[in-house]
Design a protein. Sequence first.
Length: 95
Amino acid sequence: MAGSTSIEMSPGQILSDLGADTFRKALQRGDALRCARLWMATAHRADDGGVEIEIYCCLDTRHDCWDVEIYYYSVDRAIVALREYERTGNMPEGE
């Protein structure tokens, strides 16, 4: 599912149903998504045929790397986690 297209989302966009739908469709196409310096998400097919979603959070601009890497196996759980992260600044543990 790795793609070459990167979709930019605005902070708070994932909180809306339209933003969540954009996230879901982009991952299904194999696109990467990025929300400013808050987070980046990509999806890959797992060995068992499921989907593995990688979410990176907290961009460290001094070193140009993400401080946190979390995995989810459900797009819906990834959306819930990103919504919590954008609302509270706390990223839930992955699956």
